[in-house]
Design a protein around this ligand. Structure first.
Ligand code: URA
Length: 213
């Protein structure tokens, strides 16, 4: 059987790697964890926005008139998968403050183990916006795939997915269910454990962001 290749964009920057190492450590407390996630989000946002279209407008500098580039088209849309997605969202909004924001809440049905949507709020005209879905942990990939199903149903046409850590299993699931969606990640870890946690990982991202454990 041919080996499935992992199709993901690994954003490997020394600053990201350093900050991620600090985040992984058990000793790192919530306040520092949140701050590090925010700083890495800036660097991921920089990379995921690399191909945004620009157009030229006429402006006056103190010295002369010039044609200068600004972002073209409708404001982009950031979509956070609740609740850990909000940790990535905050940093992305620092860099792209005019972005529109959507939220998707999903829980796992105890019997079917499938994600079930309990909350969905999206900006209007999503089909005309680049839509960037954020969730720090791409583990099984089922929540990410379900979130992207919702967004496509809502009319989103151009979607990217951004995470901090990805498991090979999650990348394969998302590549299979949505081969058109590029995945940006700061690291690809070894595997999932029996409970669906990423190894070596950093534990439960939501708990570490909000200090709930
Ligand atoms: N979600 C988390 O928060 N951590 C994991 O390791 C996997 C999923």
């Amino acid at each position: 059987m041919p080996k499935a290749t992992l199709n993901a964009i690994l954003v490997e920057h020394p600053l990201i790697q350093h900050k991620l190492t600090l985040m992984r450590r058990t000793a790192t407390q919530s306040a520092e964890f949140r701050q590090l996630l925010r700083e890495i989000s800036h660097l991921l946002a920089y990379e995921v926005c690399r191909d945004l279209a620009t157009e030229r407008i006429s402006i006056d500098t103190p010295l002369e008139r010039m044609q200068a580039p600004i972002l073209a088209g409708k404001k982009l849309c950031l979509v956070s998968i609740l609740r850990a997605g909000n940790g990535l969202l905050d940093g992305m909004l620092d860099l792209i403050p005019s972005a529109r924001v959507g939220h998707i809440g999903l829980y796992r049905d105890e019997k079917t183990l499938k994600p079930v949507q309990y909350y969905l709020k999206l900006p209007h005209a999503i089909g005309a916006r680049l839509t960037i879905v954020v969730d720090p942990m791409l583990a099984t990939g089922h929540s990410a795939a379900a979130a992207i199903d919702c967004l496509k149903d809502a009319g989103a046409k151009r979607i990217k997915f951004v995470c901090l850590l990805a498991a090979p299993e999650g990348i394969k699931t998302l590549n299979t269910s949505h081969p058109d969606i590029p995945i940006y990640t700061a690291a690809i870890d070894r595997q999932l454990n029996g409970q669906g946690y990423i190894l070596p990982g950093l534990g439960d991202a939501g708990d570490r962001i909000y200090g709930t454990k």
